[in-house]
Design a protein around this ligand. Structure first.
Ligand SMILES: CC(C)(COP(=O)(O)OP(=O)(O)OC[C@H]1O[C@@H](n2cnc3c(N)ncnc32)[C@H](O)[C@@H]1OP(=O)(O)O)[C@@H](O)C(=O)NCCC(=O)NCCS
Length: 179
């Protein structure tokens, strides 16, 4: 397990390590909602509390960070997660986000959480590069990545089969100013 991910909160969101209190049927229902996982490889699986507990345990035993996003003021509570896959050898962190509570979509909360975590990884935890990838049909995610200062490094054409079509994988990154 790497160093603890620093907890963040402001008037709008809290970012905190994902723990037992986030392991709820609400969370499992996001992963089983075809609309939420439409652009995610999670769409190929059926999820249960037991599988989610096993995933949390595997993340706790790894170098990765698994973070919960909470809507502050507890209006919506836990609204989503950010996973950070850590490559210690190359000092790279790969980010993935899911805002599972659809009431929270389109309000800027995903972008805000993404920028906070990205900045923390580069400026506080001293990663060299932060990377991310998404299907080329996921317009919101591509906007979120580029609006946060990431550059598109390339598109792997036809990498995925999505809703009956071949779809490319868009790869993006941001480099530390110090590297
Ligand atoms: C993709 C996701 C993280 C975006 O988070 P969000 O909080 O809903 O998005 P934001 O409100 O921060 O908006 C981000 C940008 O996308 C745009 N956007 C939001 N929804 C959109 C949509 N349905 N279509 C196109 N653009 C959209 C916003 O206008 C904004 O761009 P702008 O700043 O230029 O206006 C969130 O919707 C989500 O988790 N979806 C399901 C899971 C998923 O697809 N995860 C990514 C897998 S790689």
């Amino acid at each position: 397990m790497p160093s603890e991910f620093p907890e963040f909160f402001d008037g709008s969101i809290k970012i905190t390590p994902f723990c037992d209190i986030h392991l709820t049927s609400k969370y499992v229902s996001w992963l089983n909602d075809p609309e939420v996982v439409r652009y995610s490889e999670q769409r190929h699986s059926t999820h249960t509390l037991k599988k989610c507990r096993d995933y949390l345990d595997s993340q706790l035993q790894s170098d990765n960070y698994f973070l919960a996003i909470e809507h502050q003021g507890n209006l919506l509570g836990h609204i989503g997660n950010i996973g950070v896959r850590v490559d210690r050898h190359n000092n790279i962190a790969d980010l993935a986000i899911m805002i599972g509570d659809k009431r929270a979509w389109g309000k800027g909360l995903g972008s805000h959480a993404w920028k906070v975590v990205m900045k923390m990884l580069l400026d506080t935890l001293n990663f060299r590069i932060v990377t991310a990838g998404t299907l080329e049909v996921n317009a919101a995610m591509i906007k979120l990545m580029t609006n946060s200062g990431m550059q598109i490094d390339g598109i792997f054409p036809r990498r995925f089969l999505w809703e009956g079509s071949e779809v490319g994988l868009v790869m993006a990154s941001i480099h530390s100013k110090l590297s």
